[in-house]
Design a protein around this ligand. Structure first.
Ligand code: NDP
Ligand code: 8X3
Length: 251
């Protein structure tokens, strides 16, 4: 049986592209997100590649559900080798003094607590098998802060710190822990950030060529296909037109 890769937030963007790319690398794919119809569509696409695919609706903010989901996986889906902690979002962009509690809580609960809940549920199996690879999707927003980024920046700085901490704590268990920190990738990210305002989201990517979700999936594939003694600890990936969180060359 092929190794199993578990991707969170696989209904869109980087998660969906990573699930498809890992399927093409020969992994069986376990994929979760909240949107059922999209998961079924993903399953069809992945099975057409010729590997197994198991999908389930799961909100990573619900610790009990996350734990139950992992514990009740059919036997043939339990040996997760790769975990891509991708589910995440930004909600809003503006001064902290004008921030909305609902936005802050969604970001903290998903980007930090959700990542922890999923990791906590998956790590014991990896430890038993003395084998695993956790890839956390961070961000350039976890390396720098920018105006209006405050809480999103804090959550992604947290992902950066957790990645380094997890790597230290899991070293004795032969579990690789890696981060990929993308710059601007055109996905549904900005539509979500701006509460469905498509015009405002489109503006973010106008005048330059942003990354595609597939560019990040390519990095996920690179990390998992290194020989077992190699761990790519961190990759900061930017569009050529982006030099830092705030410097983008727009025409
Ligand atoms: P998308 O909005 O396209 O995808 C986000 C994914 O996360 C969706 O599949 C969504 O699925 C899932 N998700 C959100 N909340 C939850 C939840 N509570 N439980 C389960 N799944 C959830 O954005 P991206 O693909 O761009 O974002 C993926 C990751 O990449 C995020 O962590 C983001 O912070 C990070 N990132 C994005 C960058 C960008 O410029 N786009 C740059 C740097 C990092 P559903 O709604 O169905 O639950
Ligand atoms: C997403 C990229 O620049 O909007 O993490 O923070 S950015």
């Amino acid at each position: 049986m092929a190794d199993i890769a578990f991707v969170t937030g696989a209904t869109s963007g980087i998660g969906r592209a990573s699930a498809i790319r890992l399927a093409k690398e020969g992994y069986d794919i376990l994929a979760v997100g909240r949107r059922e119809e999209r998961l079924q569509d993903l399953k069809v696409s992945i099975e057409a590649i010729g590997v197994r695919c198991h999908v389930a609706t799961l909100d990573v903010r619900e610790q009990g559900d996350v734990d139950q989901f992992i514990k009740s996986l059919p036997a043939e889906w339990q040996s997760i080798y790769v975990l891509v902690n991708n589910a995440g979002l930004a909600a809003g962009k503006g001064p902290v003094q004008e921030g909305l509690l609902d936005h802050w809580e969604r970001m903290i609960d998903t980007n930090l607590k959700g990542l922890l809940y999923v990791s906590k549920a998956v790590i014991p199996g990896m430890m038993e098998r003395h084998r695993g690879h956790i890839i956390n999707i961070g961000s350039i927003a976890g390396k720098e802060v920018y105006p209006g980024g405050n809480v999103y920046n804090a959550t992604k700085h947290g992902v950066d710190a957790l990645t380094r901490g997890m790597r230290i704590d899991l070293i004795e268990h032969n579990i690789r822990v890696s981060q990929i920190a993308p710059g601007m990738v055109e996905t549904e990210f900005s539509v979500v950030r701006f509460d469905g305002d498509q015009a405002k989201a489109d503006e973010v990517y106008q005048g330059f060529e942003p990354l595609l979700a597939e560019d990040i999936a390519d990095a996920v594939a690179y990390q998992v296909t290194r020989p077992a003694h190699v761990n790519i600890a961190d990759m900061l990936i930017l569009p050529t037109a982006q030099a830092s969180a705030t410097v983008v060359s727009k025409k």
